[in-house]
Design a protein around this ligand. Sequence first.
Ligand code: HEC
Length: 457
Amino acid sequence: MRIKALFSFGLSLIFFFIITFIKPPIDLANAAISQVGCKLPTQSSALLSVLQKCVVPENNPDQFAWELFAFVNQAARFQEKTKQGQSTNNAIWETWADDPLTFPEKPDPSQPPQWPEKLSSPKQLRLRSKVEKSQPDADFIEFQKNQACTPENAPCEEVRRNKPAFNYIMNNDLWYTQGLTAKFQSAQKALLKGESVQDFIKFPLDSIEVKGDWVPITENQKSEFHWNYDEKGDLYGLIAMHISSKALPNWFWATFEWVDNYGRCDYIGCHDLFGVVPHNLPSKQAINQQYSPGKITPELVSLFKEHGLTESWGQEWQHYRLKGSMTDFTDSTGQPLLLGNSITEQGFVPSASCITCHSRAAVTSLGKDAFPIAGFRPFLPGVGETGSKQTVGSAEIQFPNGPLTQSYSGSPDPNWFYRGISVQNSAGVVDVQAEEILKNLQMDFVWAIPFNAKPAP
Ligand code: HEC
C-alpha cells in the first residue's frame, strides 16, 4: 500500500517536472492568456476587473497612451553608425520603416519596398510640412512638404510605422498612385453593388504610426532629451511625438511634448489622468510660456520599468509629458474635441483635432490627394496669436509661426466622401441619404498615403 502511494507520488513528481520544465514557458504563457482572455466572466464580482483590463483604450485613454509610449520607446537592439562614425541611440520606433522608404520617389510596382529587417539607415529628417503665406499679406497659402532639414531650419521631422502597418500598405498597393486608383475603382464597384466601403481600407489592429520632431542640441544637453544622430552625424533632441494606434476602429490618438516646450499647454491645456500630477494644466493667459513639469506618478514609473525604460535610458524619457489622448470626434453633447501639439500643430492648436483632420486622408478617383493642403480649412482666418522667438535645444524657433489656418474638428462630413449626399428636408434639417457615388476614398486615417504616394513611371 505504502509502496504504491510512494510510487504514484514519484510518478506525479516526474510528471510535474515534465510539465513545468520541459514544456516551453511560452506555451504556458499563451495558454494562460487564452484562458483568461477578454471574455466576460461568469461571476459578477469579477466583471469590473475584466473590463478594466480589457477596455483600456476607451476607458483609460491616458494609461493606454503611456503604454504605447513605453512600448515604442523601448531601447532598440540594433544601433547603426552615422557618416561621422557615431553610434545611434535608437528606440524601437526609430528602426521602423520611415516615409521615404515606404513611399519611394520612383515607385516600381514589381519591386515593392522591403521592411528594414535588421537595420534601417540613420535618420533622414525633413522639414515639418507647413502651410505658409507666400507673402505676408497674400490671400493664398502654400503648402511646403518633404524639404530637407538641417540644424539651421529645425524643427526637423520624421514619420515611421511598424511592420503590420507597413505590410498592409505593401500588400494592398497603397504605396503608389496607380495602386490607389485601382483601390478607388474597386471601392466604387462595391458601392454600386450596394456594399459598404467603410472597411475597404482597414489597417490591422496592431498597426502603429509615429511622428517625431527634433531640434539640434549640444553634447551637454543630451541628458535632457531623448537624443539621436541623423545620418550626417548631427545631434538632435526629440521635442514632440505623435502616436496613432489601430487599437480602436477610428484609431487611438496621443501626443507627447518635451516638458520645457514653450506654450506646451497653450489654448487647450494639458490633460493626463495617468502619468503626472496635477492631471490637468489649464492654458496660461499669456501664450508661449513654459509650464510646470508636475510630478510623474508611481504608476508611470513602474510602467517604464516593465518596458526597460530604466537607468540612463529611462532618464531620457522622463522629460516628456502626455499632452492628451483622443478616441472620438466629439464629446457626448456633440461639441468637437480638440487635440494638437505645440510643435507639430504649431499655428493651429486652438482648432486642431487629430481624428477629424486624419479622417480627411483620402484619395480621388485618380489616386491623388483629395485634400491637398492636408485637410486644413484654407480660407478661414487662423486663430491664435503670433508668438516670439525662443531657444529650444540649440535652435531658435518662432513660436508659433503665425496663425494661418484652422483645422476641421468634430464629426466628419459625408459630403467629403460621397456625391450629393446631404439633402435639406422641409423642416430645414439636413437629411443624410444613402448615396452610391464615391467622391473620395478614405485611407483609414493614414495621411502618409495620399500625402506621399507617387505615380509609378
Ligand atoms: C490639420 C490636419 C492634421 C491634424 C490636426 C493632425 N494631423 Fe497628423 N498628420 C497630418 C498630415 C497631413 C500628415 C502627413 C504629412 C506629414 O507627415 O506631415 C500627418 C501625419 C501624422 C502621423 C504619421 C502617420 C500618418 O497618418 O501619416 C501621425 C502618427 C499623426 N499625424 C498623428 C497625429 C496626432 C496624434 C494628432 C493630434 C495630436 C494629429 N496628427 C493632428 C495632418 C494632421
